[in-house]
Design a protein around this ligand. Structure first.
Ligand SMILES: NC(=O)c1ccc[n+]([C@@H]2O[C@H](COP(=O)([O-])OP(=O)(O)OC[C@H]3O[C@@H](n4cnc5c(N)ncnc54)[C@H](O)[C@@H]3O)[C@@H](O)[C@H]2O)c1
Length: 346
């Protein structure tokens, strides 16, 4: 049994509190938030947990092995660093930090102190993403041509990070995981309409090896609630629609049959086969993520969504915002480490 504390009792932190409070392999000892009202609401919703108003008391309690940080993104670095220095294993929500320098510092601190540093890239623990990975790795989709994702809704509008930093970490982590590679080039177009200095909509592109491309559309100012990832392969195409309650994955056995340059009239033959909806197993992604964190604490394994992966996502976001090409020695080297761990976990 691993004893843990959750930091941040906001909209998402509540889910961590519920999940860890119900995990048989963990004991949730404390919930800490700097906002007394949030703490009081957590105490009411989860009478079995102890709320605490002092972070230092959490960190000085030798019983606490793991700290889950689900506070606002701007506080991740400071709270995470303190927890690591206090000898705790740490799970930090996405985005890991708001700068790659801070992310690197957390990665190096965790390495030096031999602590687990995990990032809440939730979708990597989603059974549908596991299925997508399986379909790609088995070759069933053929060569992957391109991937695009849409993560749209009206809200949640944030103040300390723009929509790209708030929502795109999910899609970046999934796309890099599926392609087992980090992009060579990234670019983004963003629109700012509601608050000064905080963008509400972004269209981001990533270019991978062999001409493979990805597009990420994120917005908190949209009439549709959409959470969709489409993968187009040479043999089959797949849509992961997270708004569907049961039919989350649809595999389209469609594509281009052949290109007949001899016969101009029917030069490109199309193939229309079945649409298959596979059964997914595995349960709730957050519960799988939480169990994985506990398992990594117990076994001292490196998490699937480790600090290096979290840092790479931050680097990609930074590169996109500065209009950039990602240098091979910068992200390339780290990417190899991370993808090695992806294989190990699977
Ligand atoms: N993995 C996912 O699917 C997912 C989904 C939603 C949000 N998130 C992430 O979770 C984090 C929290 O999001 P949210 O929607 O709960 O935000 P929120 O604003 O509802 O809650 C944040 C909480 O953190 C507390 N807090 C801020 N700074 C603090 C500090 N220094 N010390 C202690 N408490 C502090 C605030 O008082 C607040 O209660 C963000 O990083 C967000 O991106 C992840």
């Amino acid at each position: 049994m691993v004893t843990v504390a959750v930091v941040g009792a906001g909209n998402w932190g509540k889910n961590h509190i519920r999940t860890f409070a119900n995990l048989s392999s963990a004991r949730l000892k404390y919930v800490y938030d700097m906002n007394g009202q949030r703490l009081a609401a957590a105490a009411k919703a989860f009478p079995s947990v102890t709320i605490i108003e002092n972070y230092e008391s959490v960190l000085s309690d030798a019983e606490i092995e793991g700290v889950i940080i689900a506070s606002s993104a701007s506080s991740h670095y400071e709270l995470g660093k303190k927890a690591l220095l206090a000898g705790k294993d740490v799970l930090i929500e996405k985005p890991l930090t708001l700068s790659s320098g801070d992310a690197l510092d957390l990665v190096q601190t965790a390495r030096k102190l031999e602590r687990v540093l995990m990032v809440g890239h939730l979708l990597l623990y989603h059974p549908a993403v596991r299925k997508l990975k399986e379909l790609i790795e088995s070759g069933e989709l053929g060569e992957i041509y391109y991937i695009y994702s849409q993560r749209l809704n009206l809200g949640t509008i944030r103040r300390d990070e723009n929509v790209l930093w708030s929502l795109a970490p999910h899609d970046i982590s999934v796309i890099c995981y599926l392609l087992n590679e980090f992009p060579r080039e990234v670019s983004v177009h963003k629109g700012r309409f509601i608050q000064k200095g905080v963008e509400d909509v972004a269209f981001m592109q990533m270019l991978f090896s062999r001409g493979r491309i990805a597009n990420i559309h994120v917005s908190w100012l949209d009439p549709h609630k959409v959470r969709k990832i489409t993968v187009v392969g040479s043999k089959k195409m797949v849509v992961f629609d997270d708004m569907e309650s049961t039919e989350k994955i649809k595999i389209y056995d469609i594509g281009v049959k052949e290109i007949d340059y001899q016969n101009y009239g029917e030069s490109i033959g199309l193939r229309f086969g079945d649409i298959v909806i596979p059964r997914l197993s595995g349960g709730e992604p957050l519960r799988i993520e939480a169990e994985h964190f506990i398992e990594c604490i117990e076994s001292r394994r490196t998490p699937l969504s480790d600090g290096v992966g979290g840092m790479n996502v931050v680097k990609i976001l930074e590169a996109a915002e500065s209009g950039g090409v990602i240098s091979k020695d910068g992200i390339g080297a780290a990417a190899e480490v991370s993808s090695g761990k992806i294989k190990e976990f699977l």
